[in-house]
Design a protein around this ligand. Sequence first.
Ligand SMILES: [Fe+2]
Length: 256
Amino acid sequence: MYDLHCHILPCMDDGPSSVEETRKMLKIAVQEGIQVIAATHHFFDDETTIEDYLGLWESRYKQIQSVLEEFKKDIKIVKGAEVMISPFLTQLDGLHRLCINEGRYLLIELPMMDIPQYTEEVIYNLRLKGLVPIIAHPERNRRIMEDPNLLYPFIELGAWSQVTSGSITGLFGDKVKRCAKILLNHNMAHLIGTDAHSSGRRAPRMKEAVHTLKKWTGREKADKIVNELPQAVLNNEFIEMDTPKLYKKSIFTFFS
Ligand SMILES: [Fe+2]
């Protein structure tokens, strides 16, 4: 399996604060059957530069060489970032260098409580640059949780989205879980990632989520989400997506 959203490198952001904690996370990831991790640490364009982010990424990666050596038969770490959306994002030179495994797929994050007005324009401009934005954990965004169809126009523009594995297993509550299911069943979510930050509550776990995913979507679609699409991202391949469908709220939902 593939985890294209993980805060695994030590002392980069709010992820692990020591090499030992990174080692514990890698051990769990291997037990979960994860073979490739994209180390996607937070990137804010008003706090750092692409050059500085990548410099720090490389130095932290070097710091864990002995740990990687220990797990090298089972798992590898590739480049990435979790880029906070900003109106100035597409003006940055070399933005493609933050893409997952140096391809065309860029993990972007919306604020938790809102969808900024410029989101559609940023996604459109990213697509014009030949990049494919992957919207991280839309099911945890307060407004999308209330109305899953707010994600629809972004997917129509060619963005992908990625649900957090813990959202599927109920780690973030019932509302988030319900939204994750709607997005996955309406072709508005295409990947799952752990968004792991530690070896504790936010550990890199996938197995249980994949088990539930198979029940929600069926085996064939789950295989696409868990294997086929992440492989396309890692290999920088273009892939035909299933057409997104609008969610129609059932009348019974009002009474539940
Ligand atoms: Fe994250």
